[in-house]
Write a protein that binds this ligand. Structure first.
Ligand SMILES: C[S@@+](CC[C@H](N)C(=O)[O-])C[C@H]1O[C@@H](n2cnc3c(N)ncnc32)[C@H](O)[C@@H]1O
Length: 200
């Protein structure tokens, strides 16, 4: 077992509802979620719920020292390991719901790309909505959001609710092919053109 797998499992045992998975995502899933990041320019990339850094590594490879990469996780142990491992990473211990404040503190108005490792299926409906609002509000008008869900829970209520919310909040939602080599197999949602929040 790799060090990442062990520390993931340890953190899962301490807080199963927040970590919400017993193993880190595979490199194959990481490549799919990071595929939104262009190979040119200086994009601002925000990563939510990096855990032990499966997606972080794929994003860092693509960025190759360009732009900004801000990774936000509520788990301070994950964040301190990532900060030590990736020199160019801005690793922040915080709730993803504080995304606007984190960008503002860095003089940034928007993110160009938000890549999520958050466990959406583990969130209650109001929490899910609140976090999605934070993502949509933070994205630039031509920004993109990528997230994943496990295949086995695709038809469960939280996953169906997430899908509906994504379609409400983005003009385009494309479901990628199943990543069978991930444990468990996973699907990636590619979301573009955020819509403003509906007025109450
Ligand atoms: C399923 S793990 C995914 C980790 C990693 N991205 C991967 O795919 O291997 C979920 C991660 O989201 C983090 N997390 C859960 N709720 C969060 C929140 N509200 N804000 C920021 N991070 C959160 C957990 O601490 C954990 O690291």
């Amino acid at each position: 077992m790799s060090n990442d797998t062990v520390s993931f499992l340890v953190e899962f045992v301490k807080d199963p509802m927040t970590v919400a998975s017993v193993t880190p995502s595979s490199p194959a899933l990481a490549r799919r979620v990071a595929a939104c990041i262009p190979l040119t320019g200086d994009p601002v990339v925000v990563e939510l719920g990096p855990g032990t850094g499966a997606f972080t590594e794929a994003i860092q490879l693509l960025l190759a020292d360009r732009g900004r990469h801000i990774a936000i996780d509520v788990n301070a142990r994950f964040i301190s390991v990532l900060a030590a491992r990736f020199g160019g990473l801005d690793a922040v211990t915080a709730d993803a719901a504080d995304l606007a404040g984190i960008l503002a503190a860095r003089g940034l108005r928007h993110a160009d790309f938000v890549v999520s490792g958050l466990p959406w299926a583990a969130f209650r409906p109001d929490r899910q909505q609140n976090l999605l609002d934070a993502v949509v509000d933070a994205l630039s008008p031509d920004g993109a959001f990528t997230t994943f869900a496990y295949l086995h829970s695709r038809w469960a209520a939280p996953a169906r609710r997430l899908r509906r919310s994504l379609e409400d909040r983005f003009e385009e939602v494309v479901l990628g092919r199943t990543v069978w080599s991930n444990l468990p197999p996973a699907l990636v949602y590619h979301c573009r053109r955020p819509r403003p929040a509906p007025q109450p």
